[in-house]
Design a protein around this ligand. Sequence first.
Ligand code: CDP
Length: 587
Amino acid sequence: MPKLKMPANLPDPIINENAKIVLNRRYQRKDTEGVVYETTKELFWRVASAIAEEESKYKKSSIKTADLAREFYDLMTSYNFLPNSPTLMNAGTDIGQLAACFVLPVEDDIEGIFDAVKHAAMIHKSGGGTGFSFSRLRAKDSVVGSTGGVASGPLSFLKIFNCATEQIKQGGTRRGANMGILRVDHPDIMDFIKAKERDGELNNFNLSIGLTESFMQAVEKKADFDLIAPNTGEPVGSLNARDVFNILVQKAWESGDPGIVFLDRINRDNPTPQLGEMESTNPCGEQPLLPYEACNLGSINLGKCFAKGTNGKDSEINWDELKRIIHLAVRFLDNVIDASQYPLPQITETVEMNRKIGLGVMGWADLLYQLKIPYNSQTAVDMGERVMKFVQDEARSASKTLAAERGHFPTYVESIFGEANLGPYRNATTTTIAPTGTLSIIAGCSSGVEPLFALSFVRNVMDNDKLVETNPFFEDAVKEADAYSGSLMEEIAKVGTIKKMKHLPEELRSVFVTSMDVEPIWHLKMQAAFQKHTDNAVSKTVNLPANATKEDIWDIYWKAYEYGCKGVTVYRDGSKTSQVLCTGDGD
Ligand code: CDP
């Protein structure tokens, strides 16, 4: 437990009603009877002080631990920045596992496969999510040397991982999320593409197909491509690339799964190619990692970085404040690496070699609302690129400052930064854009870089009362336009959007768009704009109406490739009875 005493004058955090419920259920400490004994103030102080205490071991740091703890406390309780859920849950506790993202290798033998099942269970117990590539497993019906029998193939093992996950609730409260990836040239690829066609099947997994550059070129040329046996490296058949792509699109249209990841692109940006290839990402796709690597994430709430124009000036982003937050957040996340206890020695070793962190953003739609820029516009896309470039440049500059104080990450010299003489940096990667499923509820902001889901909606509260909840920036704007009324809010709550409400001012209708109003092309352009300046990847779902066609999905998958995205996920309204796992709700 942290040693720093809580200052007597520490202000209480202001917690919104939804955050109170989430924090109470999942984040505040409980005794063996399940009774919460930690206040929210104690929670944030526990995290702030545990992370600040890491500072004292760096001799060159002139920062006083107590001062830093207070700065971290203010940073979190102002909701300018929050670290990922495992840090909030476990910092300063006996569990001490603080990272959200892990990738585990799955070797092509029974021992290796069941080691991975066991390691995933250990990670899920501590609140982390796991990604696996099943590409090394030999194909179904290939020969097993030791027994003379036949192999059951990646899919049958995937079911075991899914079942094990079902039994272990993350941190005792939420089920673990998994990513399963199979390379497109694996002989079992067609079964894998169809693996989730029945609703509820493999429900603890997001599945993605690992697409290669040569496969995409074959799709373009309508050519055949070879299937390669992973255990021998020999071609064992071929398929028409266009046919495979069509079935992939068909299945994604039916159920949202599988998504796609561009493996060559991920490896093109691998900062430490000398340590091997990245084969998988974490569950929501934003964090490619090496086998046995983990990464902790944190997100800046951009909605808080708005500066209202005065003296005739236009409203803007408060760049100075954003810079201050980025530098403090990078220090925070680098300290998290040291404070975290990882469930396996191999993970500790890999994490300490590369010291990856993933600083991202949330509240992007909230910021656009305040700036009065429609999400579905080139101005918003350009602004997204500008903001993320700033975040990445400043995060790297903060990482350089830390390298001067603490030394560069141990594999720096052979990394792409060392080779190009670009550093030295403290961290092999600094930026990642997470979904912020739970963090955005705690901070009361829009999630990640997504548009808002609904401007106003009805929330059922405990005694069956219904409350109409409205986005605060929208509410302000409606009041400013003199159009506010309770009945209008109720009307909006029924449909979520004001797109068709012609009686409302045109400016309101163009600025306050929701995810369903945003055409797929703008979802993709926004993802690509943020990806351009993100070391790791961007979590983004392209939302589609129920009547979207397969051609629409074809187009999205193809454009994601053309625009330089690292992967993409689609969701057609109503195509699944339950949404993917990372809504933050978990189970
Ligand atoms: O908001 P929060 O920090 O809880 O998480 P997020 O940004 O929605 O998700 C970030 C990452 O946390 C995911 O990509 C997963 O690696 C992990 N996660 C998980 O393992 N299980 C969940 N139910 C949600 C997230």
